[in-house]
Design a protein around this ligand. Structure first.
Ligand code: SF4
Ligand code: SF4
Length: 331
């Protein structure tokens, strides 16, 4: 079954970057220490900030991220705190190195999903993007997690350099025993925003023909597949998640964003001052969410206008969807 995952103010998602350090140096890494800080948050701060969201919304989902979150020695304690506070679901996004014996220090029931990142169906493609040895580390870590009884998902960030390889992922996912597959599109954030833009981004026609087909193949194998919608049809409504959803992207320096495309800029609409969440004065991302333009997403038009092509009369050929709008195919 295919459905567009609609935005909801009732589904609160807390994307919590508890540190920005990482053992890898992926080519497309979006972590930007200048904007996000380089602290490793103490457990007491993690607890205090989690509590703000647990109190605010009783059905919040939390996703622990980094950098590499398993590098944080207190991650198991943070996960247990989140569970005790009543978060609806808890996910850890990892590059698969699984530091600090995380599989031994957490019960499989303590987390809803361990989510691994792999950017190629073979060693050569993945390691060219994510670094030597990362394919083996990720697939071995994933197999160990499945064997230990954890629910797992896998994230594949598509760029011009690994689009073809995506077609080989369905059989690898079955072999690894993954339950959910997330396709991401490379964004011009962090390192991706530096240097040449050519060859990285995926052309609209390639995206529209390849991605839905691969997702359908994955779903036929009994694995839930999710991918960003990216290009809206003429009749599809445009919605900005900043206005109609309840997402928070928290960084170690206390910045809290509502839109991932704003994260390279000091446009955060909120900031932790100590343990208090404060609203930032204008101008911030919230002011941009209000703008209505024929191209759809305002931030996309500002940071990656080459995504948009125009008819001769000046109208865009399609609108670009909110980067958080997903299509989901369930088996
Ligand atoms: S594993 Fe994640 S945080 Fe680490 S370099 Fe790669 S993309 Fe960045
Ligand atoms: S990606 Fe665009 S549409 Fe989505 S929240 Fe950001 S500004 Fe709004």
């Amino acid at each position: 079954m295919q459905k567009t995952v609609s935005f909801s103010k009732h589904a609160c998602n807390v994307f919590f970057h508890i540190l920005t350090s990482c053992n890898l140096r992926c080519a497309h890494c979006y972590i930007n220490r200048e904007q996000h800080g380089d602290q490793t948050l103490p457990l007491a701060t993690i607890e205090a900030w989690l509590r703000v969201f647990a109190t605010k919304n009783k059905v919040a989902n939390v996703i622990f991220l980094g950098g590499e979150p398993t590098l944080h020695p207190d991650l198991p304690a943070a996960v247990r705190m989140a569970r005790a506070m009543g978060f609806k679901s808890i996910t850890i996004d990892t590059n698969g190195y699984l530091f600090h014996n995380i599989l031994e220090r957490l019960d499989p029931e303590a987390v809803d999903y361990l989510s691994f990142s792999l950017d190629g169906a073979n060693r050569q493609t993945n390691d060219r993007i994510r670094g030597r040895g990362s394919y083996d580390a990720c697939t071995e870590g994933l197999r160990r997690a499945v064997a230990a009884g954890f629910h797992t998902s896998l994230i594949y960030t598509v760029s011009g350099t690994n689009l073809d390889e995506l077609k080989k992922m369905p059989s690898l996912l079955s072999d690894l025993g993954v339950e959910r597959f997330f396709i991401q599109v490379i964004g011009l954030r962090g390192k991706s925003a530096c240097g040449s833009r050519t060859g990285r981004q995926v052309a609209a026609q390639d995206w529209l023909t390849i991605i839905p087909e691969v997702a359908a193949q994955v779903a036929r194998r009994g694995i839930t597949a999710t991918y960003p919608k990216v290009f809206l049809g003429l009749d599809d409504p445009f919605e900005c998640a900043g206005l109609v959803a309840d997402n928070y992207f928290i960084f170690p320096n206390g910045r809290v964003y509502r839109c991932p495309l704003c994260e390279d800029f000091p446009l955060h609409s909120m900031k932790f001052a100590g343990d208090r969440l404060e609203t930032m004065p204008p101008i911030n991302e919230a002011d941009l969410f209000q703008l209505t333009i024929p191209e759809g997403c305002v931030m996309n038009k500002l940071v990656q206008p080459e995504n948009i092509t125009y008819h001769r009369d000046g109208n865009p050929e399609y609108r670009v969807a909110c980067c958080l709008l997903k299509e989901e195919l369930t088996p």
